[in-house]
Design a protein. Structure first.
Ligand code: ATP
Ligand code: MG
Lengths: 222, 269
């Protein structure tokens, strides 16, 4: 093989990729922070013995987990406007779709985390008069968190990679800019190699930080 | 020991601290409590005996609404707790539950301390989070109660470092810190190694000298005898026999009570 790499031209267009990277990060931060919080509420409903909240949460979770995320984004961008008359921007549609999708997965993580706590902990909190939310905040979440960090990390990594799908509905994030660049320069090999490296550099530190956090939480609790 | 009279002969003008009337509890089709009536006067100490499955825990748990009663009435100081739904079950709203549980403390067989909090934080948790006490005040109070159960020097340890007996004493301090009018104990020594039972029973006897109102489920007959002003024998969801410790433990009238006591003393020499 005597292909000569031409990274120079790709790096010269670094500002394009950087612009895309900013949107990628923004998509990730919005969707993930929203999903962590929203997932708690759905997870509580999912674990609840009350019929109606449980049914709604279950339906929500199954709907989003059992359809492709690509279909979900396209649905929010192209189908929702027809239904509601509201046309979200591509970015809004992507952020909304990724947020709702990740919420469904986070809800399952929360539910499992909350249920992993011995029933005696809930009982002890109730017996001194704590409300359910006080119990969650003071007793349950601090103990369950250490056990949930690995699952949330996986979800975060999944989401970071999933943001690249937003390019299919014309969100000008990293993947979109990369596609443009590769057709302009006729250098797909170089472009997507650089992009892969960027994604790795973006995601890997997060994984490392989560390992460290997990170790710290575990040593504190025991 | 000054024996408080059984409720049936309480002075007519005394409002019972706790009044239970026609209490029933079913889990699905399984009726566990089949109509329990009990009036508890201030300072009474009631030991509840009965074989496994007779409904002792369920009875205690209904009193502080850890289980919602399927029927009946429960009143504290003459004020009814909860409202009766269409199906007869009692339900209490969250505010009422919180007030009820600050007035009725509960100690569990399994201690159930919060493992992520220090001993002191465990005891402070209720006063700070539920009662809204300033931290400094709650800390002083918690230290006080820890001293009462003989664990002042363990304040900064984490629960897992303590023996079972010490953990249960912290759990008692945690309940006391809410300054409840009534304490419920559900087999507080059943999960302890035999050599640790004594220290917990000593703390409970100490509380009885303060004149606290207490209901205690136990299989320690000897302790029940010294602790209680009144003994109840529960059988199949009903109060089968009650009276002073001498009456119930030494001269039981009912056959079932006799059989139960006989089984428990079979191996005493
Ligand atoms: N949450 C529940 N759901 C269904 N059944 C229950 C529940 N709690 C208790 N029961 C049933 O109610 C009955 C009485 O239980 P309870 O725990 O009150 O008995 P107990 O007298 O405390 O027994 P033990 O001495 O073993 O503690 C048992 O048959 C038990 O299976
Ligand atoms: Mg029991």
């Amino acid at each position: 093989m005597n292909y000569s790499f031409q990274f120079g031209e790709i790096l010269a267009n670094g500002d394009l990729l950087l612009r895309g990277l900013k949107l990628t990060v923004l998509l990730f931060v919005l969707a993930f922070s929203g999903a962590l919080v929203c997932g708690l509420f759905i997870g509580v409903a999912r674990g609840s013995s009350r019929r109606v909240p449980n049914l709604i949460a279950t339906a929500y979770i199954e709907l989003f987990r059992n359809t492709p995320v690509l279909v979900q984004l396209i649905w929010f961008y192209y189908a929702l406007p027809a239904l509601s008359g509201w046309q979200p921007t591509a970015f809004t549609a992507a952020a909304l779709g990724l947020f709702l999708n990740t919420s469904a997965y986070c809800a399952e993580i929360w539910r499992a985390g909350l249920q992993s706590l011995p029933a005696g902990q809930w009982e002890a909190g109730r017996a001194i008069g704590m409300s359910e939310w006080q119990l969650l905040r003071r007793v349950v979440v601090p103990q369950a968190l250490a056990r949930m960090v690995p699952a949330f990390t996986n979800r975060g990594v999944e989401l970071a990679k999933m943001t690249s799908i937003a390019s299919t509905i014309t969100v000008q994030e990293l993947m979109y800019e990369a596609k443009m660049l590769s057709t302009q320069t006729f250098l797909p090999l170089e472009t997507f190699t650089v992009v892969a490296v960027i994604y790795f550099v973006l995601i890997y530190p997060g994984t490392l930080a989560a390992y460290a956090l997990e170790r710290r939480l575990n040593s504190k609790g025991a | 020991m000054a024996n408080v009279l059984p409720a049936d002969v309480l002075p007519a003008d005394a409002t019972p601290v706790l009044a239970v009337e026609g209490l029933r509890k079913s889990f699905g089709t399984n009726e566990v409590l089949k109509g329990i009536d009990l009036k508890v006067g201030a300072g009474e100490r009631i030991a509840i005996l009965g074989s496994s499955g007779s409904g002792k825990s369920t009875f205690l748990r209904c009193i502080n609404f850890m289980e919602t009663p399927s029927a009946g009435r429960i009143a504290l100081d003459g004020t009814p707790i909860g409202t009766e739904g269409r199906n007869g079950a009692l339900t209490a709203k969250s505010g009422e539950l919180r007030r009820l549980r600050t007035r009725v403390g509960m100690i569990f067989q399994q201690f159930n301390l919060f493992p992520h909090m220090s001993v002191l934080e465990n005891v402070m948790e209720g006063p700070v989070t539920v009662k809204g006490l300033p931290k400094a005040e709650a800390r002083a109070k918690a230290q006080d109660y820890l001293k009462r159960v003989g664990l002042a020097e363990k304040a900064d340890q984490y629960p897992q470092r303590l023996s079972g007996g010490q953990q249960q004493r912290v759990a008692i301090a945690r309940a006391l810190a809410m300054e409840p009018e009534i304490l419920l104990f559900d087999e507080p020594t059943s999960s302890l190694d035999p050599e640790l039972v004594g220290e917990v029973l000593d703390v409970i006897l100490g509380l009885s000298r303060e004149g606290r109102t207490m209901l205690l489920v136990t299989h320690e007959l000897g302790f029940a005898y010294h602790f209680a002003t009144r003994v109840l024998f529960l059988h199949e969801g009903r109060i089968h026999e009650q009276g002073t410790p001498d009456e119930v433990l030494k001269n039981p009238r009912e056959e079932r009570t006799q059989a139960f006591l006989h089984r428990f003393s079979a191996f005493h020499f």
